[in-house]
Design a protein around this ligand. Sequence first.
Ligand code: C2O
Length: 577
Amino acid sequence: MAASFLPSSFLGVFLFLTCFVYLNGSTSTTRHYKFNIRMQNVTRLCETKSIITVNGKFPGPRVVAREGDRVVIKVVNHVSKNITIHWHGIRQLQSAWADGPAYITQCPIQPGQSYVYNFTITGQRGTLWYHAHISWIRATLYGPIIILPKRHESYPFVKPYKEIPIIFGEWWKADPEAVINQAIQTGAGPNNSDTYTINGFPGPSKNCSANETYRLKVKPGKTYLLRMINAALNDELFFRIANHTFIVVDTDASYVKPFKTDTIYIAPGQTSNVLLKTKNFKPNAKYLMAARPYSTAASGTFDNTTVISVLEYDVGKTTVANSSIKALPVPPLPQINATTFVANWTNGLRSLANARFPANVPQTTQRRFFFALGLGTTPCPKNQTCQGPTNQTKFAAGINNVSFTMPTTSLLNAHFLRQSNGVYTTDFPTTPLNPYNYTGTTPNNTMMTNGTKVVVLPYNTTVELVMQGTSTLGAENHPLHLHGYNFFVVGQGSGNFNSTTDPPNFNLVDPVERNTVGVPSGGWVAIRFRADNPGVWFMHCHIEIHITWGLRMAWVVNDGKLSNQKLPPPPADLPTC
Ligand code: C2O
């Protein structure tokens, strides 16, 4: 796969149709795409499988736009399963109908049906991504969203010679839908993926074709911009290239102060732009790129394989044999459970926060929330045998002891029509009903309650949310993703959050701005945001098995008074349930 491209030359190639509008003295463009969702045969780990793809591609095609552009994507469902697509990290200002999570902002696109997603990219530049947002279909249905600076604007760092997406994923020999359906049935943990992938390729370790290894061909002495995405379902990852270092310049489509590192840590859902300066190595020099998980879960409960790719200096057209790739040294990566490394790494990220790209951190907050989140259990249905963590239980996960039940119709539609009765209730607990030592030993009662509960916020509320990871049934890291917003990560720490001693240390000057943040394993994180986008916004752990188990909830943000503060009516082609 030729993954490299020049920012100036690739735009036209991927666009289905482009039209220009002159607006406020700057050119903004509407970019049209068509996504045909279809089955495609793909060979990995020496086996050919039929998988769900966009336009037959795995990973899916690039969506390329500039900041300020409108993007219009017609999605046509040619497969036998329901589909929705989420544009992960796109703010969707006044366009909640285009956000995509099934049963939250829309009913699914049924087989044979289509839906047009229509949104404008406002105040974001960097890399985001799209993925299916129903069941585990995102295992194979995902791709990059590349947001370039506005025309005639430049990056606040050296102009890269080339830009390259680096997308991490997971590959199952089994059908991921069968894997999750079985786990739901038994209440046990799901089977692990068989390998990780980089740009869809597992690497040479399984002795399949040499074409199953991703190769990044580079020239010496140049700056490459790597657009990284962690699209893996269940695993946070460390990534390193032997003999090279990185400078992180952007996370979740917001600029950060240049951050030098030899290792990248990236959680599912997160994206990052990273500069890679190639050295003056001789032609044919080759270095391994490797990624493997960060996890504090029990061994055996996650895929702990290492995916390998190759960085190749001026090798021309030759395909390097698996045997010679395997002879190269694998770059050393942090320990699998390197929680302190992750804490130091994430603490190093700071917003660029300059005059051109200010960090508009809410300095005061009107509403405060404390969410304790982690694993738990739910009862086994009668006449069934379950294989959850304790006798006759199923694994569950939740927030403040609520394991969120998915509705069978769209929450956004119910909200818009003021017909929430029987669909959702507005009594989501803003703090735990029964506080306990969250990071101590597992309490005797691990049962969670079920419900479709939301928090309602008036337009423009400033919110502070502390998310406390629990160690109930084992402390695990939870990358929490909020739809429709970026938030500022104002604090993080290990152990239990202390509401007296921790807030004075919050960074209200240049905290990193993200849409997905890791709640540290056995620790807490504090975020702030302004609820300036009307709609219903999903928030969930981006580890797919945790979202399945119920670690999810929704915020309902009401309309403001002005017309530009209101959710417009739904598009005519919005799918029905
Ligand atoms: Cu990337 Cu709700 O997800």
